[in-house]
Design a protein around this ligand. Structure first.
Ligand code: ADP
Length: 191
């Protein structure tokens, strides 16, 4: 199996690039943000719980997120691999993912980190608010909060994969196509 973690701060382009990678490699795309938004929209119990955290730009608690992700992974029959987008976002999530994949006799192949500086991220998110309809994109204070949460809780997850020699940094500035090419080369070097 080919299992990729697509990593990077809010607004780095994970969603856009994921769509291209799943097409080329035949992977299943699991975006925890998208799954949570599905639950929000359908007003499920999980959605009601997640909303309070998401609207403020906080993380949904690990236990809730990990159980949801596990269900999604185990639901697949005979997958060729996964692209994890927006997960793991904390060290406990990274450990839980390792354990889960071990049970399936597989592991993470590579973590690709899209690197984009903060001013550019803020500009992209503010711009995205015009079309996304996402409550967490409209308020500059909430955007700042998400970036702070990223720096504090999520950025350290990179070290977990770097220690296993699995982290590759990708320059996230440039045209969408040129960034896709960088990702393809990085993946092909690890396959
Ligand atoms: P972005 O990368 O644009 O910040 P996402 O769509 O990945 O946004 O996530 C939106 C929100 O969903 C997060 O701010 C958080 O509240 C929640 N969320 C998504 N993934 C996770 C996760 N792995 N752990 C905890 N909360 C998460």
């Amino acid at each position: 199996m080919l299992n990729i973690v697509l990593f990077g701060p809010p607004g780095a382009g994970k969603g856009t690039q994921s769509e291209r990678l799943i097409e080329r490699y035949g992977l299943i795309h699991l975006s925890t943000g998208d799954i949570f938004r599905y639950h929000l929209k359908n007003e499920t119990e999980l959605g009601k719980l997640a909303r309070t955290f998401m609207d403020q730009g906080h993380l949904v608690p690990d236990e809730v997120t990990i159980n949801m992700l596990k269900d999604e992974v185990l639901k697949q029959t005979d997958p060729k691999g996964f692209i994890f987008d927006g997960f793991p976002r904390t060290n406990p999530q990274a450990h839980a993912l390792d354990t889960l994949l071990k049970e399936l006799n597989t592991s993470i192949t590579v973590m690709l980190g899209l690197e984009v500086e903060e001013e550019e991220l803020k500009a992209r998110l503010t711009n995205r608010a015009l079309s996304s309809g996402r409550a967490d994109d409209t308020d500059p204070e909430i955007i700042a909060n998400r970036i702070a949460v990223y720096n504090r809780e999520t950025a350290p997850v990179k070290e977990f994969y770097a220690a296993q020699n699995k982290y590759i940094a990708i320059d996230g500035i440039g045209t969408i196509d040129s960034i896709t090419e960088r990702l393809y080369s990085a993946i092909d070097s690890k396959k």
